[in-house]
Write a protein that binds this ligand. Structure first.
Ligand code: UDP
Length: 480
């Protein structure tokens, strides 16, 4: 059933490129399958919005961006955790969100029509009550997996049962339907209760539990079956709280992001065309991840030692900085080991800054992905059937890595805890060879191919995720 262009969904992603990407994909699905118009309210935390603008510019007119005014975080300490910065940006954007939503609700509004739902990010959960207050059904699009959602929803209860630091728990956490979660694999904000980031994480999940009507999760039943089952059982037992809808994977199937269509990208895809099937390792640590110089050098030497083909997205080494790294330096020879580029010419490609990840992962020559295990990257690897070398770094990436290696069994996990957190070249070369050639790699590849098929089924015309999204869409249409 189609909604017709007069029915509008308003989306409120949190700031940054990483969360905007899946929101844009969801917007496209809502438009193409259900003919909803979509307004995406884009928060601005003053870190430079170029990648977001470029991405939004390429969309059909029925998906319209609405840029919220920048908010000031000048009173927030420079070393505040990114979760703190993001939630504060969202809380300070609430007055503008309220005003814009009111305008959209006015029948005569330009681009108006009927707003049937507000869909927020988990980090923009404070906007749920604004939607409810204005009489619009509040929903969440959860951009992490169901494992993370379970931990978030359990967080208030854990407050009572585990008053100390969660990282010091003598036994791994047993969350319903999930593999045991050891202290070291907790998402960053859960590692230190004294840090404000923890408080915000608990608070946004409380907002979700109390104010959301439904939570659409960027995952699919076959990927996290035990967890979805446990979430549904919990909902059944209590008879209250938001309904959970697995509607993913919602990664980009192919990229229409204009920032990715430059000469470098085209060259890189042409190079891939000439390589044997499953022979190339793709290495990327996400939109923000930066490595230390020592670590980056070890990767370079490890790649050389492995003798394997590779495409490596590099950034100037330095501290982890969200956003700014996208505008990174264009001269990798200034920060990679001397002679590395010359010695690996023909065997490897080094791409500074940003690569067309989805196209690379979708190319038949790509046989492995060394990844920081951001949830989008993880799903993109699954959708394309590429086994992973898990090298988690920040946020909830360790939890994702534990899941991908220990539950989904599609990843080999690097141990980054030894040797002062630096992984040496021999280990790196070993992992690269194991995934591209080894027996273990074969098993991972076969598992990930199965998941690839399951993902395609889930989002196929009759698949579980499609049906889930249809169910949500029907509710929205009905209440109009
Ligand atoms: N990405 C890309 N090219 C790059 C780096 C990242 O296209 O060089 C995309 C990637 O395909 C994914 C997103 O950026 O869709 C990164 O999201 P993820 O959740 O994996 O990690 P984050 O960047 O949020 O840490």
């Amino acid at each position: 059933a189609a909604a017709g262009p007069e029915l509008r969904v308003v989306m409120v992603p949190s700031p940054g490129h990483g969360h905007l990407i899946p929101f844009v994909e969801l917007a496209k699905r809502l438009l193409h399958r259900h003919s909803f118009s979509v307004t995406i309210m884009v928060p601005d935390n003053g870190t430079g919005m170029k990648p977001q603008r470029d991405l939004l510019q390429s969309l059909p007119a029925t998906i319209s961006p609405h840029f919220l005014p920048p908010v000031s975080l000048s009173d927030v300490p420079a070393d505040a955790n990114v979760i703190t910065r993001v939630t504060l940006t969202m809380i300070r954007s609430l007055p503008a969100i309220r005003t814009s939503l009111k305008t959209l609700l006015t029948p005569s509004a330009a681009g108006g029509g009927r707003v049937v739902a507000v869909v927020v990010d988990f980090l923009s959960a404070h906007a749920l009550h604004v939607a409810a207050e204005l009489g619009v059904p509040p929903y969440v699009f959860y951009t992490c997996g169901a494992f993370h959602l379970t931990l978030g929803l359990k967080a208030p209860e854990l407050e009572e049962t585990c008053p100390g630091e969660l990282r010091d728990l003598p036994e791994p956490l047993e969350l319903p339907g999930c593999i045991p979660l050891s202290g070291r694999d907790l998402p960053e904000p859960f590692l230190d209760k004294k840090n404000d980031a923890y408080k915000w994480m608990v608070e946004v999940h409380k907002e979700i539990a109390t104010n959301a009507v439904g939570i659409m999760v960027n995952g699919f039943v076959d990927l996290e079956s035990g967890i979805f089952k446990a979430l549904a059982e919990e909902r059944g037992r209590t008879g209250s709280g938001p309904l959970i809808y697995p509607i993913g994977p919602v990664p980009r199937l192919e990229s229409d992001d204009p920032t990715e269509m430059g000469t470098v990208s085209i060259e890189c895809l042409k190079w891939l065309d000439k390589q044997p099937e499953d022979s190339v390792l793709f290495i990327s640590f996400g939109s923000g991840g930066k490595l230390s110089k020592v670590q980056q050098d070890e990767i370079a030497f490890g790649l050389e030692m492995s003798g394997k083909r590779f495409i490596w997205v590099v950034k100037p080494p330095g501290d982890y900085m969200i956003e700014k790294s996208i505008e990174s330096s264009n001269n990798p020879s200034s920060y990679l080991p001397d002679g590395f580029l010359e010695r690996t010419k023909g065997v490897g490609l080094v791409i500074p800054g940003w690569a067309p990840q989805v196209r690379i992962l979708g190319h038949g020559s790509t046989g492995g992905f060394m990844s920081h295990c951001g949830w989008n990257s993880s799903l993109e690897s699954i959708v394309n059937g590429v086994p992973i070398i898990a090298w988690p770094n920040h946020a909830e990436q360790r939890m994702n890595a534990a899941f991908l290696a220990g539950d989904a069994k599609i990843a080999l996990r690097m141990d980054t805890s030894e040797k002062n957190g630096i992984v040496g070249r021999e280990d790196i070369a070993g992992f690269v060879k194991a995934v591209l050639d080894g027996e273990e790699g074969k098993l991972l590849r076969s598992n990930v191919k199965e998941l690839k098929a399951a993902a395609a089924n889930a989002i196929g015309s009759d698949g579980s995720s499609t049906k889930s999204l249809d169910e949500v869409a029907k509710l929205w249409m009905k209440q109009s």
